[in-house]
Design a protein around this ligand. Sequence first.
Ligand code: SDX
Length: 428
Amino acid sequence: MAKSAEIIIDGKSYKFPIVEGSEGELGIDIGNLLEETGAVTLDFGYKNTGATKSAITFLDGDKGILRYRGYSIEELAAKSSFLEVSYLLIFGELPTQEQLKKFTNDIKNHTMVHEDIKKILDGFPSTSHPMGVLASLFCAQTAFYPESLDPNRSVEGVYLSIIRSLAKMPTFAAWAYKNAVGHPVNYPDNTLDYCSRFLKMMFALPAEHYEIDPVVADALDKLLILHADHEQNCSTSTVRIVGSSKASIYSSISAGINALWGPLHGGANQEVILMLEQIKKDGGDTDKWIAKAKDKNDPFRLMGFGHRVYKNFDPRAKIIKKAADDVLAKLGVNDPTLEIAMKLEEVALKDPYFVERRLYPNVDFYSGIIYRALGIPVDMFTVMFAMGRLPGWIAQWKELRENKEPIGRPRQIYTGKNLREYVPITKR
Ligand code: SDX
């Protein structure tokens, strides 16, 4: 017998079907709620609301599970590569050797950007935050590829937009950085792999030979895998709702980049390092700062802690924490903020305030420590997050469009003034 949920309003009973996901998740399908009952639901921040059905990523917040298309994040981070994971997320299956080779080469053939992009870049002062530059350059692709605006674009046309997005994101990211430091931009070196090509565009200087450190390139590839998708988070939901209006993939993802920028979301990785530096400068008294995080009258929050879904550990945080140890050791970097981060985690996880609210380190808590060890400047941390999340945004945008989902248009509960007569204040 199909499961259903019953709602009783003013003594009248209404039944709604319950849908079950492939991992046993239950959802009450309220698609006819307003029509049948005249009422809408109210759920600030959509904490209890499923916006769609998706086959891309599964996560279980209580068990600390994260899987891309059924593969565990632990296995993918340990054994796969960012481009292979990107293919998996976007097309649903791991690529064959041949498919991966073609995908990799297609991306290599599109890493260059139109020279006129430099004119846009030149308009940004060097004080511009790289996330704002990245969102603008990414959206500017709509100008250089106007055919991407066609909402009914062919499968081949959508594939080309996907390839261009993955190929040019690292170029845009590196150019945003060069703009911030006032250095000349570097063109992509297509003899290199995805991460090495990005690192060289980021750090190579005209007068010097730039040597790729395989430890750095490998660590970055792993970090991009760990950030690649995370079901219906804030920025992905933004990409979906913009895409639901049949806006282009470039404008939809540009909106996602802007949503990710916020300090409560992807911007947290930058805030974590600033917080750790502040605690270090203040003498490293972790108890004092834990107390501040608990104090309702103090706006300070323990950045990198807590999560809307993970009410146990964030599996990505566990992997990144171990990787931080490994990478710093391999690079011979001694970063005192790592010790402070580990002390904060140790103290917080024993404190009733954090335990009761089930607040654990999230993906952003340790990632900044690795980025800094790799030489990535703090202002670029969230740009790294965006580079990693790109295949997830693409996969979710593509799924929404293939499923022909309706335009997103939530309702509200109106709390404003009731009807009142207009009386002009002054005689005209
Ligand atoms: C990401 O959704 C995703 O999947 C996101 C992400 C992804 O991969 O896309 O995982 C990436 O965005 C990770 C989160 C990065 N943000 C931060 O680290 C910022 C610090 N964390 C918080 O601001 C907060 O935990 C959120 C935003 C992450 C989650 O907020 P919620 O789910 O809305 O929870 P809440 O703010 O309602 O907090 C519940 C309680 C509150 O206390 P009470 O009112 O019950 O007394 O927990 C407290 C909060 O004050 N709380 C914290 C806290 N986080 C929550 N208190 C101190 N420090 C914190 N970090």
